[in-house]
Design a protein around this ligand. Structure first.
Ligand SMILES: [Zn+2]
Length: 301
């Protein structure tokens, strides 16, 4: 279920189909040709998976002198990329016995990847990271003028303040969610000082993030508490709900917070906010809230 299987890359179908003639261009939907047969789509997905395996071979730092996979370097890849490779390796390995067109090198590397993750307790987390898309980074927004966000209080150019943090020894296979947009607020240094943000007491930071991201932050917040208290739902389907369990998404799940549509990096636009979010925002701007629980907590419990 990685990017390669969602048609975001352009697999070389010709090489797998023995150079068959391409059809005339036809309508496409979500990267998939709506007139394409199931067989052709399946081949395209497989081609993407083979391409993922090939990318390992082409990445020098991942290869040892004997051509095998450097596991230490492999584990330094982002959880998202590891999830993509794991998904691709599973597809290649499962189809290899019946589809003889898969290159031998791709089959070997797929086995290496599956071996590398075999004992990992985080396999489902890696799949979730791959499905949820590129983790958003503050520099993505700051370097792109079309996405640049001014300070939410004064409008000045600013950086993004992370809100929720987990202990430094928390596995990166889990913490990737905190790199996503709903855990950040755009606020300049001066306003951080005026509002008392970014300090040990997180009450105002949390209220500001909630007022900005509404249910998206509320979902993340509930996941954050559950991780620390070790009470995440046992039946959490991470492929259907990669960001946080369905229970935390509320009624807006399908159209808001965790939907694939909103997994791409983006600023806090198009968010549905209500009066409670407006009130939380006003409360922070008024300088209240430092010594009291965040409005979000009072709202949820
Ligand atoms: Zn400001």
């Amino acid at each position: 279920m990685g990017k390669s299987s969602r048609g975001q890359r352009s697999p070389n179908k010709r090489s797998l189909l023995n150079g068959g003639a391409e059809d005339e261009p036809s309508p496409r939907m979500g990267g998939v040709d709506v007139n394409a047969s199931f067989e052709r789509i399946a081949f395209a997905v497989l081609a993407g998976a083979v391409q993922d395996m090939r990318s390992i071979k082409d990445t020098r730092r991942l290869r040892l002198l004997d051509g095998s996979l450097d596991l230490d370097e492999y584990r330094r890849l982002s959880p998202e990329r590891r999830g993509e490779l794991l998904s691709a390796a599973g597809l290649v390995a499962s189809l290899a016995p019946t589809l003889k067109i898969i290159p031998e090198g791709a089959i070997k590397l797929s086995k290496k990847v599956l071996d590398a993750e075999w004992d990992s307790p985080y396999r489902q987390e890696l799949y979730a990271a791959a499905i949820a898309g590129q983790a958003w980074r503050p520099e993505d927004m700051e370097g792109d003028t079309s996405r640049r966000q001014g300070c939410l209080r004064c409008g000045a150019q600013c950086g993004w303040l992370p809100v929720l943090l987990l202990p430094a020894d928390t596995p990166t296979e889990i913490t990737w969610r905190l790199s996503r947009p709903e855990n950040h607020i755009p606020v300049c240094r001066r306003c951080r000082k005026v509002l008392g943000l970014g300090k040990g007491n997180k009450s105002r930071d949390i209220d500001l993030a909630w007022s900005l991201w509404a249910d998206r932050f509320a979902g993340l917040w509930q996941w954050y508490l559950a991780v620390q208290q070790k009470r995440l739902p046992e039946n959490w389907d991470k492929e259907e709900y990669p960001l946080w369990p369905r229970e935390y998404g509320g009624t807006t799940w399908e159209t808001g917070s965790g939907h694939l549509l909103h997994c791409a990096p983006r600023g806090p636009r198009g968010i549905t906010r209500t009066q409670v979010h407006e009130d939380a925002y006003a409360r922070v701007l008024d300088g209240a809230g430092e010594d009291t629980p965040p409005s979000l907590v009072l709202h949820l419990y």
